[in-house]
Design a protein around this ligand. Sequence first.
Ligand SMILES: NC(=O)c1ccc[n+]([C@@H]2O[C@H](COP(=O)([O-])OP(=O)(O)OC[C@H]3O[C@@H](n4cnc5c(N)ncnc54)[C@H](OP(=O)(O)O)[C@@H]3O)[C@@H](O)[C@H]2O)c1
Length: 254
Amino acid sequence: MIRPLLIQPHEVKGIVGMADAIEAVRLGFREWGENSQINAPRRRIHIPTGVRVSVHQGGVPASGATGLMTHCEWVKPLSDHQEYPRLNHPVIVLYDAKEGELKAIIIGEITCSELPNNIAVTGLRTAATSALGTDLLARRDAERVGLFGSSGQARNHLVALARIRKIKQVKVYSRSAENRRKFAEEMEPVLNLQVQPVSRPEDAVRGVDMILTATNSSVPVFDGRWLEQGVHVTSIVGSNIGLVQGGFAKAKRR
Ligand SMILES: NC(=O)c1ccc[n+]([C@@H]2O[C@H](COP(=O)([O-])OP(=O)(O)OC[C@H]3O[C@@H](n4cnc5c(N)ncnc54)[C@H](OP(=O)(O)O)[C@@H]3O)[C@@H](O)[C@H]2O)c1
């Protein structure tokens, strides 16, 4: 008799270190590069209430796994930013890659051991993917980070960046002085490095080697003319093209 595991949200809190998550993503991309059929682009539907359902399908044969992940949010696109009034549990349906046996149904946002209670939509895989891209593209000696945003994604991303480079300095900007101060206070002990809240976007761009924008803004958060030579920039702004095509949002996020 087949007995797939049913894993509950509290069981996936803090179960993987960020460094391992990055290596898992690296393996997935490597295998996808060798065979385009083992992965498929994300599919997303929107219904007029603002409820959005996303499905991500893929397999990593080398790790013995294939299947899909689905997540559903209530999204509110506003003129200059996007809000998520309600986040719901994602579900992963996991099959073994050898014979396709159903192994597990995992309910809940998997979080990293460094920040077990930090919840953001697909927070772990987003940060691990950004870090992998940064690892391959940023200068080897990059050590100063400029961060935009001080919420769930920014927290995960800072942990992930610290796993791929020896970070010596972090500057964080978000519009609320209280939010950026709290971010610095919380993240310093997690990473054992100094995090400096800055009060102007420009200060987070100048004098850094890597910039990461993890905000819910739908418009640019800094002026590209401030960028210095050789700086690596990652933006995680999600596409809202489906919302525009469905008539739920007026303009594309930029
Ligand atoms: N690419 C992907 O695969 C992917 C996956 C999941 C999520 N995302 C994106 O990640 C975004 C952030 O997620 P989250 O959970 O961290 O969002 P969140 O909880 O809604 O927080 C938004 C953050 O953005 C900051 N912010 C807004 N405007 C800003 C500006 N002009 N300059 C600097 N900071 C600004 C806010 O701080 P203040 O209020 O203090 O300014 C806050 O810290 C989401 O909106 C989503 O689009 C992308």
